[in-house]
Design a protein around this ligand. Structure first.
Ligand code: PGA
Length: 243
């Protein structure tokens, strides 16, 4: 089965830089068996959308509003993303949970809005270093999944990806040991099964680099990757997508 490799450019590039990098991706990453999704910031997304229209690469957003269109100053509605042809949205990234106080209810609302606009949500879950140290990783992941998914129907859940991103691994150069990451993947699959979903696609994220990508993608491991820092460079991202 093909994997999905998602580039999360966060707030790292000016629109001119994002365009330059995106054009190099469009030129160099077309021949790959894997699905590639690029998630630039919103300003760049507007400019890049027409360039990705007839390409094998897809665009995703890093967030979206949980609300219907209306008086919500500063928010970006799912309807606008849909009009631009955006197919994926990262939702509940740990940086949004931490710096913007996004809680489960809001995250659940964002997932619903994405799904109702035919945008595939990539829900991020993950424990912090303290939770891991206390052996609470499983509990935290279960809570996050329950909070974000309990109000969704089985039909809706089918179109969802889940990214396991241990917070302590994000941007730190530390990656989760594969066995431990797979234990969490089982927790995710088990929770989704309890919610009525037989199969769910689970991605790994957190300091994914060219030298560790393959282990997370080997047979029976993860369905894809969520890549931050290493997606900001054509050569390193190319190695990851062609693992
Ligand atoms: P990183 O970021 O690859 O730089 O650790 C991943 C993410 O935050 O999605």
């Amino acid at each position: 089965m093909n994997k999905i490799i998602v580039a999360n450019w966060k707030m790292q590039l000016l629109p001119s830089e994002a365009k330059k990098l995106a054009l190099s991706f469009l030129k160099s990453l077309v021949v790959t068996k894997n699905k590639i999704v690029i998630c630039p910031d919103f300003l760049s997304l507007v400019e890049l959308a027409p360039l990705f229209k007839n390409s094998s690469l897809s665009l995703g957003s890093q967030n979206l509003a949980a609300y219907d269109m209306g008086a919500y100053t500063g928010e970006i509605p799912a309807e606008s993303l849909k009009e631009l042809g955006i197919s994926y949205a990262i939702i509940g990234h740990s940086e949004r949970r931490t710096y913007f106080q996004e809680g489960d209810k809001l995250i659940a609302g964002k997932i619903k809005k994405a799904l109702s606009n035919k945008i595939i949500p990539i829900l991020c879950v993950g424990e912090n270093a303290a939770d891991r140290k206390q052996g609470r990783a499983n509990i935290v992941i279960r809570q996050q999944l329950k909070g974000a998914l309990s109000s969704l129907s089985v039909k809706e859940l089918k179109n969802l990806y889940i990214a396991y991103e241990p917070i302590w691994a994000i941007g730190s150069g530390l990656t989760c040991n594969l066995e431990e990451a797979l234990t969490i993947k089982d927790v995710i699959c088990d929770r989704c099964f309890k919610l009525g979903l037989k199969k769910v696609k689970v991605l790994y994220g957190g300091s994914v680099k060219p030298d560790n990508a393959a282990k997370f993608l080997k047979k029976g491991a993860f369905d894809g990757l969520l890549v931050g820092g290493a997606s900001l460079n054509l050569e390193s991202f190319k190695k990851i997508v062609n693992f």
